[in-house]
Design a protein around this ligand. Sequence first.
Ligand code: ADP
Ligand code: ASP
Ligand code: MG
Length: 439
Amino acid sequence: MIKVCKFGGTSMADGTNMRRVADIVASDESRRYVVVSAPGKRFGGDAKITDLLYETYRNVSETGSAGEAFGKVKERFRGITGELGLDFDIDSLLADTEKEILAERSEDFTASRGEYLSARLTAALLGVPFIDAREVVKFDAEGRFDGTRTDALLKEALKGKRRAVVSGFYGEDAFGKVKTFSRGGSDISGAIVARAAGADLYENWTDVSGFLACDPRIVPNPQQIRALSYKELRELSYMGANVLHSESIFPVREADIPIRIKNTFRPQDEGTDILPASKYSYGGRTVTGIAGKKNFTVIFIEKSLMNAEIGFTHRVLSVLLKYGISFEHMPSGIDTMSFVIDSEQLKNGNLEALCAEIREAVSPDHLRVYDDIALIAVVGHGMSRNIGTSARLFQAIARAGVNVRMIDQGSSELNIIVGVDCENYDRTLCAVYDEFFRE
Ligand code: ADP
Ligand code: ASP
Ligand code: MG
């Protein structure tokens, strides 16, 4: 049995927590390979090392010096080393790191140093070899993760090592430069190592005892999900349930490796299993979980006989491509089409320019923009098996007095996405949760 364990930011936040990590690893012989995040928050209002490093990069690019933010990074790492009583020359390592940050002048390189330093310390604490993700996690010339190359290099690096610590969150691009995944990306690193190690289980250790059926910051005491499928996880995490990065399933999916979410602070709790289709049974429930995100803009286009106008969609999509804009959903009717876009992408005049070009490209009868839209995803394989699910969903939303602005249901019937005004987000989430989970 081989397990790969990834420990998140809270688990690495200070010396006491890192000792818990060491105990968890030592308590099970099969916990062979460890992937770590940078230290996260120790308490509400504290700073995450990764955020301090992004600030460091801004200082470097604006003033040429690493500034106060890097001073805080150094203080945190010195503190952790002291708490652990490690015989480790952290001062030299921090001084070298600062020099490299100033020389590299790269945002990704700077941000990656949190994971680099925390993995170096964890390896020293566990007394096992350190593997630098830069040597083994590779991206191609287009900046895409290169799974084949990474797998071969990692297999080689793990060969003959009974245990090892690998830094999370980053790798190296085709030009020899450090490149990070998106935020929360150490979850992906853990999955990559699990695949290369041929693991039987990928344990993802965090600060909650599993995946909850809804965001606990909005719905009080939501139920815990005991097991969900890779596909359900992807839908829920993509839509904001960010316990686990939504891209974490790809590396493990090819090898059918289950993921288990575990709580570093309550290791005895069962946790949540995320399973490949072959090992998953939906267990009769209708809805597995609910997630959502705010701040979307809907661009609604209407034109009579749009359906008969060959190339209409193509022309609209070409405009989006020109502006480098990706969209989340594209609900459409016979003569209508809408694009749901993360509002962040439409800032600084982008929205106005985009709409003007769409008007020019396809001469719509109407083009309307709705902003401040929130999306709520109701996810579960069971929805397709239970007649009346949509009726229950929309009745619950109507009873809460909320107007539905958009509906999108994938043909897989794995999820139904509902758009509401941002101001109704919390109310809708609670109403939908109550309908399906407080039966
Ligand atoms: P880590 O630093 O260990 O990677 P994250 O902060 O990335 O941890 O993810 C864990 C956090 O995800 C929890 O503390 C919780 O606040 C948040 N979260 C959001 N949605 C959910 C959910 N549906 N179930 C459980 N936790 C959730
Ligand atoms: N430290 C990185 C972040 O804060 C990656 C991670 O923790 O997964 O996003
Ligand atoms: Mg995380």
